[in-house]
Ligand binder design. Sequence first.
Ligand code: F6R
Length: 595
Amino acid sequence: MCGIVGYSGKKSCLPILLGGLEKLEYRGYDSAGVAVYDGSKVKTVKTQGRLVLLREKLRNGLPGTCGIGHTRWATHGAPSDVNSHPHGTDRLTLVHNGIIENYSELKEELTQKGYSFISQTDTEVAAKFLDACYDGDPISSIRKAVSHFRGSYALAIIFFDRPNTIYALRQGSPLIAADTEEGSMIASDIPALLEYTRDFYLPDEGEILEITENNIRFFDSGGNPAEKKKVTANWSAEAAEKGGYPHFMLKEIYEQPEVVSLTVKTYLTEKCKLSEKPAKRILISACGTAMHAGIAAKQAIEELAGIPVVVDIASEFRYRSPVFCEGDQFIVISQSGETADSLAALRLAKKAGIPTIGLVNVQGSSIAREADHVLYTYAGPEIAVASTKAYNVQLAALFAVSIALAVQNGRLSEEEADWYLSELAAMPEKIKKVLALEKEVAEAAKRFNASDHCFFIGRGMDYAAAQESSLKLKEISYIHSEACAAGELKHGTISLITEGTPVVAIATHPRLWEKSLSNILEVRARGGAVLLVCQENVPVPEGTADILLRIPSCPPLFTPMLTLPLMQLYAYHSAILRGCDVDKPRNLAKSVTVE
Ligand code: F6R
């Protein structure tokens, strides 16, 4: 949440800053701003709203070769010009990603010293607190200031008495740096810099960076110079482009056969075992879509490997008093590897001495660096705010893990495991078949689009799929939607079903088909309009559904890998029909680095 960029080099920095911000806009789009040193002073231009408005404001350019930029997801203070970053004083300016939790305490202290404030942001407080600490030595002043900050932050700062140098640091929020032929750069995430390089420095928490035209120096939290090695990202610059699709979301939906195939192939070669000794119990913690992948994994691990699994929402897990047992293993799932609550859940498990595994998509992310063991997914950069391909590769990886655990536990023979793995390897071709149904899905979305409500029902894996399908629909189309375990419907939710209420019934599991069918008929009896998703070759009695969509047959445990592409397209078309900005849904941002 919030994106920051910085550049110091020989080139004009404005196009580089704006290009970088465009790649980071998925992190927040409430406002945008830049500060650029033009040779005599540092000029700031900022505005509420999307980056296009900032571009418009800057249409006459802003000369200079050193600058910082920001795209905001509002936390403290509404989206407005005055709350936009950069914030500063007459001695410095800075941009910030994260939250300074004790900002009101610091503000009080500063007010007593005579500082006044024009915005409602914690960032202005951070800037003024740094100003109060500034003694002409940036490194020691930054160290002094941040020793008073509580919360998570990544900061990029220009001191006006060193206007060609950027100082930066991270504590709990992401930041990468690169020295390229064009100059030195920093950014919140890899896509912002992919056009220039694939080799990055990953600053450690508390390290301070000094970024000049042809050098980046690192100082550890004690203020001593630190050595840093680069890591190479396995993403291409094209992967962060729309590639002819109208939206990143649609492109990413269509990338699923390829990225699932890549992920499955990697897992087949690596024969993923979580540890030498099988876990007695597995705890999974994650947020949003990643948590929904965890819910599906629970069923696969329990059914195949017979290991009990507890799935927890990371923001709940971290503030409960979770009970850990001997033999527990902890899996945190995260596309970005930076989600604040997931990271905190991981740290909690580590503190309890539980072996931890991070399933992440972004190399070098905080979770990847902190987990004892990392399993990667190979989705490439996911830019659309709504997660699509990342979910499917998480499923692919987690199913491969479930199979490996089952072999380790003696619940599957090598032959049985090979059968499951060959079925997993066949999924990409089946996903392609599902994607070929886009026209029918678009028609279905049209048919149900007039209603402001939608219910998703399913049992077992279909309930897991229903939860993720419902999230997809509501987050991008703003249609109120709810997922309900099909058998639970009659315990309350069915009272909301009236004539024409859209109900998406996911019933792909042969063993549960008859049970699901009864629930669908209960819905029909109340006038509900049913979109039924089932496997091919299942005889569906006349009149069961208003719309029928069939997925290719596959092992019941794997069905969410096919149901979701269908439902992602359903959400996409529902949102398009309502004129929504599918890549940047209101109030949301990707990579939730605040609590
Ligand atoms: C929904 C969505 C979010 C994320 C959640 C976790 O489409 O994208 O619910 O899944 O914020 O993000 P990661 O996986 O980056 O930890």
